[in-house]
Design a protein around this ligand. Structure first.
Ligand code: THU
Length: 133
């Protein structure tokens, strides 16, 4: 579990990332930030597309950025939406967390509330495919 200072700092990075969201269709902006074992912080924001199914959530952008930059161990993920409400990750992002960040703490903040859950708590029965099968 992250200490409060580290969690505050990761939430602040998610708020900064949210400013860069590209959400012209929904107007619903989301920011995320992942903390890697080596201390690196990678931001993510939702990036929408006119072909709506091509939209990617903030959490996945952040996780994919970490993997693409060579950081394989994600220890925490912060996610924020509009300040007035707590945003919990969608099911697709939870599934990707189980694959790419299975041991991460997920820190959600909004509406005056902060919630920290493990990825296993967020998605207790994931789909699993053995590599190579
Ligand atoms: N969105 C996220 O970025 N993360 C989530 O966990 C849920 C939804 C985005 C996708 C879309 O751009 C907008 O929020 C509305 O669904």
């Amino acid at each position: 579990m992250l200490d409060t200072e580290a969690a505050d700092s990761l939430i602040a990075a998610a708020h900064r990332a949210r400013q860069r969201a590209y959400a012209p269709y929904s107007g619903f902006t989301v920011g995320a930030a992942v903390l890697c074992a080596d201390g690196s912080v990678l931001p993510g924001c939702n990036i929408e597309n006119g072909a709506l199914g091509a939209t990617v959530c903030a959490e996945r952008v952040a996780m994919f950025s970490a993997i693409a930059a060579g950081h394989q161990e994600i220890v925490a993920i912060a996610v924020v939406g509009a300040p007035g409400r707590l945003l919990t990750p969608c099911g697709v992002c939870r599934q990707v967390m189980r694959e790419l960040a299975p041991d991460a703490d997920v820190i959600m903040e909004g509406g005056g509330e902060r919630l920290v859950m493990s990825v296993a708590e967020l998605l207790p029965a994931p789909f699993e495919l053995q590599p190579g099968t």
